[in-house]
Design a protein around this ligand. Structure first.
Ligand code: A3P
Length: 296
């Protein structure tokens, strides 16, 4: 059995209309007043949509491909700090971000668009948003919440799925998150909106698109190298990418790099759950042009 001493799991509470746990709101004063720089790049996602994958690609594009030492020097969550996180004896995201000595700074957030510190918008920082279809996102989040002691206990899958539909998750409603960022993107050219499913289907193509959004002239060879380095099996084995060094996670319950697939929801949803989910989804997503694929 896992005997690592850990604080009790936090409870969910309302924070400006979004369900949160204290680990992501305790440092709010500093988060809200965070001073972004014009060349900062924000990686924004709903949890489990492919944050680490996108962060890894960005880190390689800007730094690690040319300085391979960087890849082994620090885990990805230090190279791309998690802005709003404050876990005692582990990480205060704003301090890590303030101490980054690179240009650009790569910074990760799971905040819904309306809670992003205003300085990122004032500085016109570029944002890479990654979204993942609701069903796979829910399944991945369920397994993550089982092993991550910084989140509330997930309970059984059926009740978890109901809470996912009700938006009672850490960082709130998936539906509000993905549509909120999508609507903002329509009037904000600084946002590049990507899909996990597209990355699985053709990682190279998505790296191309990212490079053209960022104005990076990486060579074909470099892009090919990055494609190879960010394959699921390679990242899963890499202790600097797979979160195995994080104290609040129990990898015996479930690994961080779990399956990396599109369509794993089919192994979790019952026929009834699927029908109810689809019906509810249509209602919640009826006013948006945003579309997802649940298989590729
Ligand atoms: P699964 O739980 O479905 O396997 P995040 O980084 O936002 O927390 O997202 C984690 C999810 O992205 C996990 O999904 C993880 O396996 C998947 N993932 C991470 N790196 C990946 C990669 N290189 N290729 C495919 N999936 C990846």
């Amino acid at each position: 059995a896992d005997t690592t001493p850990r604080p009790p799991r936090p409870t969910l509470s309302d924070f400006h209309g979004v369900s949160m746990v204290h680990y992501f709101t305790d440092n709010w004063e500093k988060v809200q007043n965070f001073k972004a720089r014009p060349d900062d790049i924000l990686v924004a996602t709903y949890p489990k949509a492919g944050t680490t994958w996108a962060s890894y690609i960005l880190d390689l594009l800007y730094f690690s491909l040319r300085q391979p030492d960087r890849m082994t020097s620090a885990p990805i969550y230090e190279r791309v700090p998690f802005l709003e996180m404050q876990i005692p004896n582990f990480m205060t995201g704003t301090d890590f971000a303030d101490n980054l000595d690179t240009t650009p700074r790569l910074i990760k957030t799971h905040l819904p668009v309306q809670l992003v510190p205003k300085s990122f918008w004032e500085q016109k920082c570029r944002v890479v948003y990654v979204a993942r279809n609701a069903k796979d996102n829910a399944v991945s989040y369920f397994h993550f919440d089982r092993m991550n002691f910084a989140h509330p206990e997930p309970g059984d899958w059926n009740s978890y799925l109901q809470r996912f539909m009700d938006g009672k998750m850490v960082f709130g409603s998936w539906y509000d998150h993905v549509t909120g960022w999508w609507e903002r993107k329509q009037s904000c050219p600084e946002i590049h909106y990507m899909f996990f499913e597209d990355m699985v289907e053709d990682t190279g193509r998505e790296i191309e698109k990212l490079c053209s959004f960022l104005g990076l002239g990486s060579t074909a060879e470099e892009k090919q190298q990055i494609r190879d380095l960010v394959q699921f099996d390679t990242m899963k084995k890499d202790n600097m990418a797979n979160y195995s060094t994080v104290p609040v996670m129990d990898f015996k319950v479930s690994p961080f790099m779990r399956k990396g697939k599109v369509g794993d929801w089919k192994n979790h949803f019952t026929t009834t759950q699927n029908e109810q989910f689809d019906e509810d989804y249509k209602k919640k997503m009826k006013n948006t042009t945003l579309q997802f694929r649940t298989e590729v």
